[in-house]
Ligand binder design. Structure first.
Ligand SMILES: *[C@@H]1O[C@H](CO)[C@@H](O)[C@H](O)[C@H]1NC(C)=O
Ligand SMILES: *[C@@H]1O[C@H](CO)[C@@H](O)[C@H](O)[C@H]1NC(C)=O
Ligand SMILES: *[C@@H]1O[C@H](CO)[C@@H](O)[C@H](O)[C@H]1NC(C)=O
Ligand SMILES: *[C@@H]1O[C@H](CO)[C@@H](O)[C@H](O)[C@H]1NC(C)=O
Length: 235
């Protein structure tokens, strides 16, 4: 495609507008009424090893603040947690030679009743109050479960992602749901790499790759301010 001088001018004008809007995001961000909160792979096997590190404990306290704030809303949005576990000890979802097998080697043959596959205890899951918990055994939050069916049935148009890892479930889910026409927000404070000793990856994804989609990376403070402005959530 050839770009004329005027379209180049338009492009650069629009990136100025985007930058200005990004600056103003904290005072205007609103998730609307059909938004869902996705809390991904926050299981003990993945979260517990981080709790001893400063970055890990900040992540845990940020995510739990977010979950509690969402639960405290007068009209709660749809909240979905994912957990990684296998249907039985033969691990039928992931054969030994599947590429994903390497990634979850640490889980062994863990099934639903294994405590390492439970949501980490610092995070409140309120299934009686409407939270949904889905099983998965791939990176994408909707792999092999009812995620897309639920989002569609509930008329969701906007999703807000938290979870572990940034380069795994967060990135994969941001791409999948972006392609399915959802407005995607990622809370930067609520994502982390694991192990945390991969310098640069977290920032490269949050500051470089996700905005390039373009999907939105916001801070916990912006997300908390936005839920106060949004809704009443329809769910
Ligand atoms: C910036 O925000 C204004 C007001 O919310 C909106 O009308 C405009 O389309 C936005 N511009 C871009 C480039 O997103
Ligand atoms: C957004 O930021 C721009 C640039 O700082 C400013 O001119 C504009 O008034 C702001 N808009 C709002 C709604 O705060
Ligand atoms: C656990 O999974 C491995 C494949 O990863 C399999 O070889 C082994 O038999 C499984 N153990 C049990 C108890 O099913
Ligand atoms: C979240 O992360 C940003 C940097 O990405 C930081 O400036 C901010 O203090 C963090 N905390 C909250 C509560 O937003």
């Amino acid at each position: 495609m050839k770009l004329s001088f005027s379209s180049i001018l338009l492009l650069s004008l629009s990136s100025v507008a985007v930058a200005q809007n990004a600056t103003n995001l904290s005072s205007s961000l609103n998730f609307g009424t059909h938004y869902a909160v996705l809390n991904l792979d926050l299981i003990t096997a993945l979260v517990s090893p981080l709790s001893a590190t400063p970055a890990g404990s900040e992540f845990i306290s940020s995510v739990s603040r977010w979950i509690d704030a969402v639960h405290a809303l007068p009209s709660r949005p749809l909240t979905i947690f994912t957990r990684i576990f296998f249907s039985n000890a033969r691990r039928p979802e992931v054969g030994p030679n599947a590429p994903f097998a390497k990634t979850i080697a640490g889980l062994g043959n863990a099934t639903a009743d294994n405590p390492i596959t439970e949501v980490f205890p610092a995070f409140t899951v309120d299934e009686a109050g409407g939270d949904v918990v889905l099983q998965k055994a791939r990176f994408y939050a909707g792999a092999g479960n009812a995620l897309e069916e639920i989002l569609k049935t509930q008329g969701i148009d906007t999703v807000i992602l938290s979870g572990i890892r940034t380069s795994g479930v967060i990135l994969s889910t941001a791409y999948h749901l972006f392609d399915l026409d959802y407005k995607v927000y990622v809370i930067a404070n609520n994502t982390i790499e694991s192990p945390p000793d991969t310098p640069g990856i977290n920032d490269a994804i949050l500051a470089g790759i996700i905005p390039k989609l373009p999907a939105n990376v916001i801070t916990l403070d912006q997300a908390l301010a936005a839920i106060a402005r949004s809704g009443p959530a329809v769910y």
